[in-house]
Design a protein around this ligand. Sequence first.
Ligand SMILES: [Zn+2]
Length: 313
Amino acid sequence: MSTAHPPAHAEIPPPAIEEVSPGVFAYVQLDGSWFLNNAGFITTGEGVIAIDTTGTEKRARAFDAALRKTTAKPVQALINTHSHADHTHGNFMFAPRTAIIAHELCREDVLRGSLAALRNAFPTADFGEIPYVPPMVTFEERLNVYAGDLRIELRFVGPAHTTNDVIAWIPERKVLFSGDLVFNGGTPFAMAGSIGGWLDAIPVLRGLGAETIVPGHGAICGPSALDDVEAYLRFIDALARKGIAAGMEPYALARETDLGRFAHLSDPERIVGNLHRAYQELRGGPRGGPIDVPSVFAEMVAYNGGQPLRCLA
Ligand SMILES: [Zn+2]
């Protein structure tokens, strides 16, 4: 079990905009825990390409206001790196004047989304009113989007964190928007994706030669953050193999596991979801196959001492 003492609301900084390369901005919401994700945008003389949104109505409006303080140009396109609510809930702020782009499976997942289920899983979060707006332009493997002359390469790298992960790579600037393939300072979460697929994606990301990574959660980082994610996923994989051999179910295994070097990561209860995913794969299940999300979340709450999962959104 975790021995970390997470900060309270008052201790987290407000969202911040950081220009990681000329005209390329990250919108960083620390401390990167549940629903505190990062977004970004690229400005040109003609317009703006945005990457991801935020998870509550209030935060979606704050992201829009911050973007608008930086540029008055129209937002031509919005890229969703994946379907999770923290990255897509703010789509409504951009519709209908902006082309929202994502993987085909992202669209399907957003259309299946349920605010009621999220409110049940995160009772302390104030989601506000969120009209669900799915991506309207979808692709399967690759798509290039141009911010003026600057090429943004979208590549499907899932199933990994979800079934529909897309990275946004800007080769000319060596800047990578990794989506939730990188959690910096938080526990990677593979429940909705694939441990094996994520491990396969890490060397692909490493091979890009990025100098700057805007992770899905946590502070802006360099490529060494990939090593940390990989180490955690290998830890989960090895643990699951031992657990299966010992005849232990994921929750019991999670409870008795010493997180060791990973104990400082936020949201440690994700180990339960990660082990469920690892077990499913090791038992021959398909990567990204369906999983009983409500029951896994109930076990994560139990792991958390029966308390609602800490969510500062
Ligand atoms: Zn996510």
